[in-house]
Design a protein around this ligand. Structure first.
Ligand code: FAD
Length: 297
């Protein structure tokens, strides 16, 4: 393994996890958390299943991240298919569990990505309203989403950036982006975001590629393009998992390094609840663990 030329440069780091769906996944998650927390992320986040379907596991996972793993933890929270009172009740539970960070989202309707979104009759009409409600509590750090290739439902990139502006104007602290692989596309997007007067940090979401075939299956629905250069990078490695993992770590580390050259210094890593690939990416970037895995924090 070679480190990149940017190795050792300091950068902000956050990880995204999802709540486990089985005992086996639960064990894997906590092992992953132990292995990745040695790289001292600024915060971690835990997703909230479509339409609140993982409310209980999300709350349990967030609570344990805070109390056991002692990580500054953001709970994702969606407002789709829920009344204001229902969303507020979840917020109260999160506060009681010591959560002070929230990733505020509209979310997808229960019928799935692509189904038409209709606000709940007693709910929030858009994410900006949810952000306003959260900030009325006074003690939440609120992140929102951003889509460098536009959200699939957005008319065009300008409509998408208008949505981001409303969320930023409502008081969001930062935007975490959907994953993307073409840094030129991201840079052009960021120029448009800044031209629209949005000044909050837009933190690139980086997806280390665990499996290119699976990624292609869901990327389109998320509004992310999988460029053809990735086919070329992974060609011939289908039956060579070790080499494939090396390529995957190289690709993600090179993407981050290139973004650093373009002036970015904060990154949100989609971990898929697995440590080895993310660890390999961070090692290539020269990120030093602050302690040995398993040593007390
Ligand atoms: P917004 O940014 O509020 O809106 C997205 C776009 O849809 C806007 O640009 C706008 O143009 C358009 N739009 C919004 N409202 C309307 C409307 N009423 N009519 C027409 N167009 C409209 N999903 C989950 O279920 N759980 C999660 O934990 C989760 N975490 C995520 C984390 C990140 C960093 C990202 C990028 C996405 C995440 N998602 C999650 C996915 C997200 O819920 C979906 O992409 C959803 O479709 C949009 O929610 P949003 O908050 O991003 O929408």
């Amino acid at each position: 393994m070679e480190t990149t030329p940017a190795a050792g440069k300091e950068f902000g780091l956050s990880y995204e996890f999802f709540p486990p769906k089985s005992e086996e996944m639960d064990a894997q998650l906590w092992q992953t958390v132990e292995q990745l927390s040695v790289f001292q992320p600024d915060f971690v986040s835990v997703t909230y299943g479509a339409g609140g379907s993982t409310k209980a596991p999300t709350l349990a996972t967030v609570g344990r991240m805070i109390s056991d793993a002692r990580l500054s933890t953001a709970s994702h929270l969606t407002c789709v298919d829920a009344s204001r009172e229902e969303v507020k009740a979840v917020v109260e539970e999160l506060r009681a569990a010591g959560v002070r960070r929230i990733v505020a989202l509209r979310g997808d309707p229960a019928a799935g990505i692509g189904a038409e979104y209709t606000p709940h009759p007693d709910g929030f009409s858009d994410t900006a309203q949810l952000v306003e409600m959260l900030l009325a509590y006074g003690d939440f750090d609120v992140s929102v989403s951003a889509y460098p290739e536009k959200h699939p439902e957005s008319r065009d990139i300008f409509a998408d950036i208008d949505t981001l502006k409303r969320k930023a104007d409502a008081g969001a602290t930062r935007a975490l982006t959907q994953f993307f692989f073409d840094n030129d596309v991201f840079e052009t997007y960021l120029e448009k975001v800044r031209a629209a007067g949005i000044t909050i940090p837009v933190v690139p979401g980086i997806m280390p590629i665990q499996n290119l075939t699976q990624l292609k299956r869901f990327a389109g629905r998320c509004g992310s393009t999988v460029p053809s250069f990735l086919d070329a990078r992974f060609e011939g490695y289908d039956d060579k998992p070790e080499e494939r993992a090396e390529v995957a770590a190289d690709v993600a580390a090179e993407q981050i390094e290139d973004l650093m050259r373009r002036g970015l210094d904060d990154f949100h890593l989609y971990t898929m609840n697995r440590a080895p690939l993310v660890t390999a990416v961070l090692e290539r970037l020269g990120r030093k663990p602050v302690r040995k895995v398993g040593a007390a924090a």
